[in-house]
Design a protein around this ligand. Structure first.
Ligand SMILES: NC(=O)C[C@H](N)C(=O)O
Length: 638
């Protein structure tokens, strides 16, 4: 009779193999676990910050029978839900000692062998989203900005009533975004037996922690939408949101499927920043048959600076009402920006009717297929830009800034069958249907793009892009063209890739980012460019940098020290034995390294700096024939 013992607990299969866990054990004083060598298939951890602003998801029924947010209850209740928190893993891996115990939680192991560790930042007071203002959007933006480098993604818990407005506003406020920001909430409180909050939160966490979708999104009822494309369409269903003019970015059914072709990318070499300046002199005006000129005039009075006019059908208004048109023209002439958006849920504004053309003649700007929520928050964002003149603001309102409107060029994208390359392969495999062609393209283009990146062939990448290939996808090892170009030091290629949607946050199967690669292969200019674009080491990498710096200092490797410093490493970080690089350099007499490190240490470590200058002084003393007065002069300067 053969019997086999089960694992002691579900977390154990991953326990010893987890790279971060081993690091944590080294750092923490916890010695309850024997050290286990990392094995070949590590389970990586990702970190997500959950900002809880309020909404039904965290509400309870009050005595008077109404729902209102309940403070300080959310995290406690999540801790009791095994699908949203694995207490055993947290205990065994010293999670609380490392990240703090108050608000740290961890999901069970995901299908992709990943652990999502998340922290909940709860606002005080928690708000029903009907109470939110532009100041609250600013607060969320600032909190994301402050925590940007410490997390892989962000989830914003928010009431559903004004979620589409907040999602739209954040999409504009977050400039050069490279990480996912996902708003979610629920229609029924998470404390009730049947609710949609658990699934919505879990789905949002899994996507934010596992996929680099550099967009402000909204996750609801198994679908991930672009945040500035949604509108709330149902107050009594779990399926509360619709994105009428853009298909979902992802669907979470049996598998989570990302529609990478639809994902919007900042295409930038600038660092992430949040612009919290918003103009509040904006408004929404819905046309209706018989609206009076007096109503329109009153609405357009100063201090009004921007208006979204919700028009009929494809952007139409009465062309037999000169009184109305006169009021609109008067306002646009005096500097009010008026956007023409349709009242219809689906479709776009055009000038196919005479009733549409009159509005363009009155100086309105076509809002394309933007939702009124997106148009309003875009006005608020653009009008607040102090460095732009009026005409530049008008121009910006008609442009696609964050994927909020479909651009005319969208239809001009080359289709797969135009590509000879794919055609030849398809023919040899007797394939002709679109889905199979796409499958071939998606399988072949990442390794081809990586090969082009390796030899710095920008033209080849251009050709792949024209075929509709996504240049930020990774190969079988998760290595993207940006990883390869950074390893090779092809600066122009790195620039090109960043301008065409590549993300600096991509991680290959070893957890390495393009920045790690550029540092390893010592490409200074590439490191500088990646840093400018917002690339940074993870907390674990920063922790480990100390040991690397000590070994560079010991061998007097100046180039190595410089590149780590450029990449953002803290030169004062102690190595595994508690010694800093400067102490090591001093101990082995690497003067140049001591001088370099002394010059670059931060102010908070001035004591170390002074002692190293003293060291230099005394080493001069022993090696050169300084006069005693020169010695005292130097010493007093020190
Ligand atoms: N389902 C919800 O979250 C509605 C709630 N009134 C809110 O927007 O905060």
């Amino acid at each position: 009779i053969l019997l086999v013992l089960p694992l002691r607990n579900p977390s154990e299969s991953c326990r010893g193999s987890c790279v971060q866990v081993c690091r944590r054990r080294k750092l923490s004083s916890c010695n309850s676990l024997e050290c286990v060598e990392p094995v070949t298939s590590p389970c990586a951890e990702a970190r997500v910050l959950v900002i809880n602003t309020g909404g039904t998801i965290g509400m309870t029924l009050h005595d008077n029978g109404v729902l209102a947010p309940k403070a300080n209850a959310f995290v406690k209740s999540l801790r009791k839900l095994p699908i949203l928190h694995d207490e055993m893993y947290a205990q065994q891996t010293s999670l609380y000692e490392y990240y703090g115990s108050d608000n740290t939680l961890v999901l069970p192991l995901s299908e992709n062998n990943k652990r999502i560790v998340y922290n909940v930042l709860e606002y005080n007071p928690l708000l029903d989203s009907s109470n939110m203002t532009t100041d609250d959007w600013g607060r969320i933006g600032k909190d994301i900005e402050r925590n940007y480098e410490s997390y892989d993604g962000f989830v914003i818990l928010h009431g559903t009533d004004t979620m589409a407005y907040t999602a739209s506003a954040l999409s504009f406020m977050c400039e050069h975004l490279g990480k996912p920001i996902i708003l979610t909430g629920s229609q029924v409180p998470i404390y009730e037996m049947r609710n949609d909050g658990r699934d919505n939160l879990l789905g949002a966490l899994l996507i934010a922690g596992q996929f680099v979708i550099p967009e402000v999104c909204l996750y609801f009822y198994n679908k991930l939408y672009r945040g500035n494309r949604v509108t709330k369409v149902d107050a009594g269903s779990f399926n509360a949101f619709s994105s009428p003019n853009l298909p979902p970015l992802a669907t979470a059914e049996v598998d989570i499927r990302i529609n990478w072709d639809t994902v919007w990318r900042a295409n930038t070499t600038a660092k992430f920043q949040v612009s919290t300046e918003l103009n509040r002199n904006v408004g929404l005006l819905r046309l209706f048959p018989g609206i009076t000129a007096a109503t329109v005039r009153a609405f357009l009075q100063p201090p009004m600076e921007g208006v979204v006019l919700e028009t009929y059908g494809s952007g139409n208004a009465p062309d037999n009402r000169p009184d109305l048109l006169k009021e609109l023209k008067k306002a646009t002439d005096s500097g009010v920006i008026i956007m023409n958006c349709t009242q219809c849920l689906r479709g776009t504004v055009s000038t196919s009717y005479a009733t549409g053309k009159v509005l363009m003649d009155a100086g309105l700007i076509a809002g394309g297929d933007m939702t009124p929520e997106a148009a309003l928050s875009k006005l608020s964002y653009v009008l607040a830009k102090k460095d732009l003149v009026f005409n530049a603001k008008k121009k910006m309102m008609g442009q696609n800034l964050r994927g909020e409107m479909s651009s005319d060029l969208a239809g001009a994208k080359l289709c797969l069958t135009d590509s000879r390359f794919i055609q030849v392969i398809a023919k040899s495999l007797s394939i002709s249907c679109k889905e199979e062609l796409e499958a071939i393209r998606d399988a072949l283009s990442p390794p081809l793009a990586c090969a082009a990146a390796k030899i710095g062939d920008i033209e080849a990448l251009e050709a792949l892009k024209e075929m509709g290939s996504n240049l930020s996808l990774g190969d079988y090892d998760g290595r993207t063209p940006l990883h390869i170009a950074a390893s090779e030091g092809h600066l122009k290629m790195v620039q090109y890739l960043l301008r065409h949607g590549a993300t600096v946050y991509a991680k290959d199967r070893y957890g390495d980012t393009p920045l790690c690669n550029a540092v390893r292969f010592r490409h200074k200019e590439v490191v500088k460019l990646l840093r400018k674009t917002g690339a940074h080491f993870s907390r674990d990498e920063l922790e480990e940098a100390g040991t690397e710096l000590c070994s560079l200092a010991a061998s007097g490797d100046m180039e190595g020290l410089e590149i780590w410093s450029l990449a953002g490493a803290d030169l004062n970080k102690p190595g595994y034995d508690g010694q800093t690089a400067i102490q090591v350099a001093r101990a082995v007499g690497k003067k140049e390294a001591v001088a370099f490190l002394a010059q670059h240490v931060s102010n908070k470590h001035k004591v170390t700096t002074v002692s190293s200058v003293l060291y230099l002084f005394f080493s001069c003393l022993t090696t050169t024939a300084l006069t005693s007065s020169a010695c005292w002069l130097t010493l007093s300067l020190v």
